[in-house]
Design a protein around this ligand. Sequence first.
Ligand code: TYD
Length: 214
Amino acid sequence: MEEKRAQYIVFDGMDGSGKGTQIALLQEKFGDDVVFTREPGGPPIAEIMRGALRDHPDAKNSTPFFHFLGFWAAREEAQEKLVVPTLNTGKHVFSDRGDSSTYAFQLYGEQKHELLGLFIELRNQVFYAKGRHRPDYYIVFDLSAEDARERALRDAARDQNHFDERDLEYYERVRQGFNAFAIDHPVIFIDASRTVEEVHAAVLEALASVGIRT
Ligand code: TYD
């Protein structure tokens, strides 16, 4: 397929879905041809917010609403300082997580479904204001809740964060959240239960299918 304009692709999935491994392989493959970023994070202030939201010991006791607002605030900063400027230079942006995570983790995982209206409003403000850019596609690594939780907990070398200490029901709700998000957003699910090589091949196929030369 012919290469299209620069695209903004979000990679997402449950903790333990192998997303990190797959993104590392993409970094090796695409190198400087693509700008890689992560959420929360990216620009310096958004990285500081990552330290607060994900890594600060007190964040564990903060409300899901605080997390929701914090993730959206960091996303606004990333959009303005990184995503839009990069796309304007003609380079693709590949992001490790995005608003699909807020939908899956805060609305579904934390069961704050009442935040849906605000989610839609913030999504409009952040992604649809003049000159802004919404994610073109979401590539979601899908795995059963049991397998994801087991993998997340087993991998002792992994950099754990307070969002990782969740029970099975939480993982199930998060998976449902990604499924619900896919109803009205452009999500491509990748079966993450396969080998690293098979999943990598599936990701490249998905990227090719949306016009990104691999
Ligand atoms: P991350 O490093 O992405 O986790 P992993 O190593 O599992 O990929 O850490 C981000 C954590 O923040 C992750 O547990 C999911 C959570 N998160 C949300 O709950 N909502 C969000 O909107 C985002 C972007 C992340």
